[in-house]
Write a protein that binds this ligand. Sequence first.
Ligand code: ZN
Length: 683
Amino acid sequence: MRRAVASLSFLAVAACGGTPAQITSVAEPVKQPAATVNVSLADVGLDAGALDKTTDPCTDFYQFACGGWIAKTEIPGDEAAWYRSFNEIDKRNETALREILDNVAKDGDSKLGKYYAACMDEAAVEAAGVTPLADLLKEIKALKDVKQVPELVGKLHRRGIQPLFRLSAEQDMGDATRVIASLDQGGLGMPDRDDYLKDDERSVKLRAAYRKHVQAMLELAGWKPKDAVTATDDVVNLETALAKISKTRVERRDPKGLYNKLTREQLVKANAKLDWNAYFLPLDISPTDVNLTSLTFFAGLDDVLTATKVPAWKNYLSWRVVRGLADVLPKRFVDEAFNWKKAVTGQAEQKPRWRRCVQDTDDALGELLGQSFVALHFGGASKQAATELVGAIRAAFGDNLKTLVWMDAATREKALDKEQEMAFLIGFPEKWRKYTFETDGKSYAKNAMAAAVFQVGYDLARIGKPLNREEWQMSPPTVNAYYDPQRNHMVFPAGILQPPFFDAKFSPAVNLGGIGMVIGHELTHGFDDEGAQFDAKGNLKNWWAPEVEKQFKGRTDCVAKQYSGFEVQPKLFVNGELTNGENIADMGGLKMALAALHKLHEKATELKVADGYSEEQQLFLANAQAWCGKMRPEMEQTQVKTNPHSPAKFRVNGPMSNLPEFAAAWQCKAGTAMNPVSRCGVW
Ligand SMILES: [Zn+2]
């Protein structure tokens, strides 16, 4: 389930010799002058072949660190983007997961094996045809009156199909110990509300592609061509009405605006035409209070409800069912769904079926699959080493806090308190989730629908219960990390604790530039423009002295303005407001990683120079090389509009050019791009 307050993940969708365990063991009682040892870049864990030495590191460090890699790397046909880190690790993980699944699929009794085997059985999927749609479409067809819409929407939500809006169980932003029902805007088929409303060339083109796609899907599902045209009009009209009342992505970054807790009575009163009691009935919940992430959206929904006629409702709800189940239907549906994906991302080819089935099995049974994954691919030593790195970064954050001139003593104390209370989870959950739904080896659709019903039930059962702070929102093989402001904890799945982010064989400088920066990034999320509004307990509660808060706001505004000047494609700029939290986290993450290295150096007896690059330089190279990436132009356009993270180049050059230590390490002249006259700095 998507959380109303987004967890702040690392992606989009984050040198001396020896092991990271030596971070503590390099300690010496008496400070000795450090000896210099010459080694190669490969020895410390860096890729000399990725460099572009024809570019001046002071002009464009990303190009300097990654240009060689960019020149020789092609985006695979079945990908919309390719990163040296994320995708290479994903590829390794996917292969490992496939091996696990192939093995368990041979065992007729394994829940995991049956799920994967049924997904891989294309002949059975073809033979089943559109029967998985039949019951739901029949129910929609029986709709007689607009008054019946809420109950029908409730029934679909119970099945994991998401028309109109989204229901989930969320922490109460005002009381982090409670879990309450939350209603969030939704119901759109295009990536962003603006795609329905803007008249620039790309939006117009995308809308035309979307219409074509909706029509094609409905025809595949049995609509006559003429009826499919009318139905497409209905779908696009209704979704456009929803887009108009939806908040923008930037507006959704304001937690206060997302917090509108109503009692059940207030909710019923607020929506005179939407029968909430009828809606909750099939969901088998009866919440006493509910949070609405937007009062405007739900007030507007009342008008949408009455302005839309029964036949249009039937078409819209049917479309949501067909779209929601397309993946479990025959190839003609999957191919048409891919046509739409292609329009949005530019991805040239469909991923092979096994990759889609591995992903889907991970989505449905992530912690079951994750158990096998960590048993085979995640050693205890990695957890220990990562824990030590977290300690080093936290210490750096605390030390840095003392030096910030714009803080006062009281606010500094509160910030330190929040950092001290911040929990972290590494590798995999202590207690694995149990999946109580049945799978059979024959029907992929049946399994997927059972998984969806189970997932919704699992989520809604949390309402009214005490919060489980140990629960994970990512499966262990996921190559990502996140900070959750309401739980005040950061989470690093086993998937990201791998090269080039982390390797026990890498030097501390390289590990700090890789996973160290990721840890610092997540930690800083607790203090970015969004995270800073939550206190140590995870409550939306202001702990700032007003004057200090003003200073903070000025600093975060500086970052937003600076990043809005970064040009991604001709005339396409980074949205500094949308990406503000991530940029602040990137800047803080790099700064903490560097500070942790400096701390190590205080007691180091030996400094490694790798092909002429100092340890500080190695840290910057490691950080940049974790970000070497290529993206298709269509994907880049979609990402700039929808992704809260900046494109890779600016995730590297932005934080580095804001850090005076970078310019010192690379001896950049004042006024060069990487040593600018004016800088921004928050943490
Ligand atoms: Zn992040």
